[in-house]
Ligand binder design. Structure first.
Ligand SMILES: O=P(O)(O)OC[C@H]1O[C@](O)(COP(=O)(O)O)[C@@H](O)[C@@H]1O
Ligand SMILES: [Mg+2]
Ligand SMILES: [Mg+2]
Length: 339
């Protein structure tokens, strides 16, 4: 069968479903093109001089890697003159970036984590890019941070790339989740999986266990039950994985099921959690729900949370539906008993 390129797939979606406007299609193509560029830079590794620290810090006080800065610049540059956006916001920039007056403007807002899993760059483990597309509110020509503060249900598209043994783009525009693989010989993303589905049950969980002693009581109880395995209340064994690149952990879940948890703990309570709502939790929650999974902050559906700040952090529980519902129910029961 003839391979279906991302462009052809999007044109077909645009024709069959009116929600994809030509502008949205072209915007996704620009993002995909920028990701190809990032993939190329990453694959050069030490030879390309892209590893190591940038000797700079982002607004969240995190040390930036050279590739964090480079990926941000690539996405910014590609999208700035694309003509489909009113503004962009990124993990690596304190405030939104407005499209300069000399370029044509569009009606969308793009928010992204240009390089997810930065701590894995220098050790040659999979990293990725996460992005989310929102509508710019009508009549707004100079969007501010406030215009980005839309709950995840308002997203019109979301996706991530994984720069791993192969480069993948996983995308939703609200009708299922589809996977594209970068064919380096022809230079395009090619459709390799339609309608990814996350099984409702799983025996695999992803969590950073080193934070265990800092977790809240319901989380302690839940994970202990998983660790007790066959001889515990769950009556079966669970396996554990933690890549420390959200894209890689989520992609494993997209492929064979599982759950990914980053609960709030005593260390992150003041900040609200570890992962960022707008460009990590929200797009991943959209993708996971579209693939039949569930995504909560431990108490509430993630997609319904109204962001309060551009770089807001939240707890994240996502993946196989029955497991996410169970851990969420335990948190709710705990809250009810405490009040
Ligand atoms: O190092 P920890 O605490 O295990 O956190 C790992 C998590 O942090 C992140 O790396 C954050 O992403 P960035 O690299 O974009 O800051 C996630 O991808 C990952 O799930
Ligand atoms: Mg990240
Ligand atoms: Mg990042």
């Amino acid at each position: 069968m003839k391979p279906i390129s991302l462009t052809r797939f999007l044109i077909e979606e645009q024709r069959s479903r009116r929600q994809i406007t030509p502008d949205l299609r072209l915007l996704i193509e620009v993002v995909a093109r920028a990701c190809k560029h990032i993939s190329l830079a990453i694959s050069k590794g030490e030879l390309g001089g892209v590893l190591g620290n940038a000797e700079a810090y982002n607004v969240q006080g995190e040390a930036q890697k050279k590739l964090d800065v480079l990926s941000n610049e690539i996405l910014l540059e590609a999208n700035e003159w694309g003509g489909h956006l009113a503004a962009l916001a990124s993990e690596e920039m304190e405030a939104p970036h407005l499209i300069p007056h000399r370029f044509p403007k569009g009606n969308y807002l793009l928010v992204f984590d240009p390089l997810d899993g930065s701590s894995n760059i220098d050790v040659n483990i999979s990293v990725g890019t996460i992005f989310s597309v929102l509508r710019c509110p009508e009549g707004v020509t100079e969007p501010t941070a406030e215009h980005f503060l839309q709950p995840g249900v308002e997203q019109v598209a979301a996706g991530y790339t994984v720069y791993g043994p192969s480069t993948l783009l996983v995308l939703t525009t609200g009708s299922g989740v589809h996977q594209f693989t970068l064919d380096r010989e022809i230079g395009s993303f090619v459709l390799t999986q339609r309608n990814l589905r996350i099984p409702e049950d799983t025996s695999e969980f992803a969590i950073n266990m080193s934070n265990q002693r800092h977790w809240e009581a319901p989380m302690q109880r839940y994970v202990q039950e998983l660790l007790d395995g066959k001889t515990g209340p769950r009556g079966r064994d669970f396996n554990m994985r933690w890549v420390a690149s959200m894209v890689a952990d989520v992609h494993r879940i997209m492929t064979r099921g599982g759950v990914f948890y980053y609960p709030v703990d005593a260390k992150t309570r003041e900040k609200g959690g570890r992962l960022r709502l707008l460009y990590e939790a929200s797009p991943m929650a959209f993708l996971v729900e579209q693939a039949g999974g569930a995504a909560t902050d431990g108490r509430q559906r993630l997609l319904e949370r109204k962001p309060e700040a551009l770089h807001q952090r939240v707890p994240v529980f996502l993946g196989s539906k029955n497991e996410v519902e169970r851990v969420t129910a335990l948190h709710r029961e705990h809250d009810a008993a405490a009040s």
